[in-house]
Design a protein around this ligand. Sequence first.
Ligand SMILES: Nc1ncnc2c1ncn2[C@@H]1O[C@H](COP(=O)(O)OP(=O)(O)OP(=O)(O)O)[C@@H](O)[C@H]1O
Length: 241
Amino acid sequence: MNETIAIENVTKSFGKKTVLKDIQMSIGEGTIYGFIGPSGAGKTTLVKMIVGMDRPDQGAIDVLGKRMPNLEMLQEIGYMAQSDALYMELTGKENLTFFASLYKLSKKEMKERISYAASLVNLTEDLNKKVSAYSGGMKRRLSLAIALIQNPRILILDEPTVGIDPELRFSIWNELLRLKREERKTIIVTTHVMDEAERCDFVAMVRDGSIIAHGTPQELKDLYQTNSFDEVFLYAGRKDS
Ligand SMILES: Nc1ncnc2c1ncn2[C@@H]1O[C@H](COP(=O)(O)OP(=O)(O)OP(=O)(O)O)[C@@H](O)[C@H]1O
């Protein structure tokens, strides 16, 4: 396996609360890795440290062989946060153009990437509207388009399909699978949607700051002796599991 992300004994606390406890894992190139677990388990805290927005108290995270945080990695990591960070007074297109301008892209590439990302999330027709007039789902879609704008090798998506209708969710997932298959992108997704977790190559179940189990969706179903991934999630949430 070509390792893209290496997480070594990472621990993180906020005040007296330890939010991540000795996390160790490795994510290979060209895989989709899902993080599932109850609210407050530590998923967002972990992905933020992979992106380089925060530092572990102990341990280390390497992305593409570079110790994080590392500004050089901004070009290589597309991040979609749980809450949208958009310029409300600008149009969708102006937002995309602004974020694209932060990266090393030629004029031609910039145009192509904006058109690709907008069409992927079905916003082409709405690009000239101000974001303040967008619905919640449209803002999520624009955030996803921004995460893809610089054609990064790694995509980190924190609950990317919240507020997105089933048809578009399906086409977004098909595109994520294509990006993995054809372009060897490495994709991390946090989700509460179990049929999305089942589309991942590997899933880590996070509870109380620890990874309590990880493996392929089938391995996790076997572990808990169930055919339903919803039940896998319920087991993950139980203190006695
Ligand atoms: N900046 C912060 N300061 C203090 N506490 C924080 C901070 N960020 C996160 N926490 C706490 O860390 C814990 C883990 O939060 P985190 O957002 O990582 O959970 P999560 O698994 O992503 O939850 P959800 O599924 O609801 O998004 C929570 O108890 C949260 O309150």
